[in-house]
Design a protein. Structure first.
Length: 315
């Protein structure tokens, strides 16, 4: 799948999912059938000192859905899936990208971050986000059927009316944006979205305002961890959430990860940038098929494959 030796039509990017893709049972089949996947899960258990693999395979869902556990669980499952794909002959992609927490999986995949450091970082990231939600509760909501400019105007009106913050947190695909903010500002923005013709407005089951200025304190603490974590030049460029452009410098990567908790996930722009660079095939590496679904909404002309679909082709 690398650009070397392949026509442009076969250039590929690997996409790594973030929080929300987890489910009880994820990775169980990989662990049972692949020694390379087993190594990743066993390493994760040892690195974190918890039975993370058992939590992925058997739950309970309440513990798996605790952000403290969710983030390392998705990273471990994604990297286990990647190792199996590599073992089956998948070459290096041209670009990697990850949605929110998935950016850390992408960096491990690209060799910019070790598995050990990646797991420790996302575990702490989850802890800090959870703590931020306890200190200052907020919320998030998906707004379906409105354009970005419309949602930005709604958030601006809600900020003015409530005196508190709400703004776009994720630009996932055309017609699907996620907003994030304080409870009162979020509720007002949800009301305005319904009044202005949103097809659906869905409150997410979280008590934090991720990817917003309300995460500033958590982001400051997390930057201290990033500063002492070794990063390396990635084997392939990372298309970053915060900038929607490719990065290869360890210092630039560390900087965008420091911005990530307080800045929006520019997913639509990131995918469109890769398509403009000639990517015609995207492989979602990890549990579920959330990013493959978003890809179809962004551009139906490109091919999107899940991990399961690639493994079925290779079987």
């Amino acid at each position: 799948m690398s650009s070397r030796g392949y026509p442009l039509a076969y250039m590929c990017a690997c996409l790594f999912p973030g929080q929300g893709s987890q489910y009880v049972g994820m990775g169980r089949d990989l662990y049972a059938t692949s020694p390379v996947a087993r190594v990743v899960f066993d390493q994760a258990d040892s690195i974190l000192g918890i039975a993370l693999s058992r939590l992925c395979f058997d739950g309970p869902s309440e513990l798996l859905n605790d952000t403290l556990n969710t983030q390392p669980a998705i990273l471990a499952t994604s990297i286990a899936a990647l190792r199996v794909l590599e073992e089956r002959g998948m070459d290096s992609p041209t670009y990697v990208a990850g949605h929110s927490m998935g950016e850390f999986s992408a960096l491990v995949a690209a060799g910019a971050l070790s598995l050990e450091d990646g797991l420790r970082l996302v575990r702490e990231r989850g802890r800090l986000m959870k703590q931020a939600g306890e200190r200052g509760p907020g919320g998030m909501a998906a707004v379906l059927g409105l354009g970005r400019e419309q949602v930005e105007a709604i958030c601006a009106a809600a900020r003015e009316q409530s005196g508190e913050y709400v703004g776009i947190a994720n630009d996932n695909c055309p017609g699907q944006l996620v907003i994030s903010g304080t409870l009162s500002a979020l509720e007002r923005a949800m009301e305005l979205a319904k009044e202005r013709g949103a097809r659906r407005v869905i409150r997410l089951a979280v008590s934090i305002a991720a990817h917003s200025p309300l995460m500033a304190e958590a982001a400051a603490e997390f930057r201290c961890l990033l500063d002492v974590t070794p990063f390396h030049e990635p084997a392939v460029p990372l298309v970053a959430n915060a900038t929607a452009c490719p990065l290869t410098s360890p210092d630039d990567i560390r900087d965008v990860l420091g911005q990530q908790l307080t800045s929006p996930v520019r997913w639509t722009e990131s995918v469109r940038w890769m398509i403009a660079e000639g990517m015609t095939r995207f492989v979602e590496v990890g549990p579920k098929e959330v990013l493959t679904g978003l890809l179809r909404r962004i551009d139906r002309a490109v091919e999107g494959l899940t991990t399961a679909q690639v493994l079925d082709r290779e079987a």
